[in-house]
Design a protein around this ligand. Sequence first.
Ligand SMILES: [Zn+2]
Length: 222
Amino acid sequence: MRSVDIIKESDESISLRFLGFPRQYINTLRRFALNEVPIMAVDDVVLHYNSSPMHDEILVHRIGLIPLKTEIGRFVSADECSCKSNLGCSKCRVMIYLDVEAKDKTRQVLSSDIVSEDDIVKPISPNIPIVILAKGQKIKLEGYARLGSGKMHAKWQAATVSVLKEVDTSKDEYILNIESVGSLTSREILLESVRILVEKLKSFENSINKLREEKEYAKSTM
Ligand SMILES: [Zn+2]
């Protein structure tokens, strides 16, 4: 008997119980949810001005780690885009801007200070702290958000995922937990993982079939 049940679900996290499936199957799904589901993150930053106490590289790194809301299927990854441009186009990148100054007193810079050219691709929360500016300090930068996946860099990791074995049963019973960083809902991450897994299996099957055809062709011309 094999079954899959959702034990609990919210936008942030989903837990599934798999009964009767080998552990490798669940682990494969875990790895796909971690490494293969694409989300948007700031990839390149052009820093025009930075008099904040934070070093340029650290500031750029922090901006990259701010999770951005992503809509499945709306963007293509930069290396697959038809524009073939380093700067990208509206199909493969979203520009974000940060232009802040502590005019008359100390000022905390938050993710809400980031202005996006897109209505959806924005920081998942307005309250993520970036840096504190003392009076007179300022930052001006623009960034390019692009699609990427966890296997490229942790900033594109859509979720943290774990697999637990139910200890009190002798059956193959596993719990898969997906906790979204917020760019996609937990259910979107689950469904995308499965879709990408099936797609890769199909392309694997096609490659094997091609080998078989080649072999049969070779036999028929012998
Ligand atoms: Zn493009």
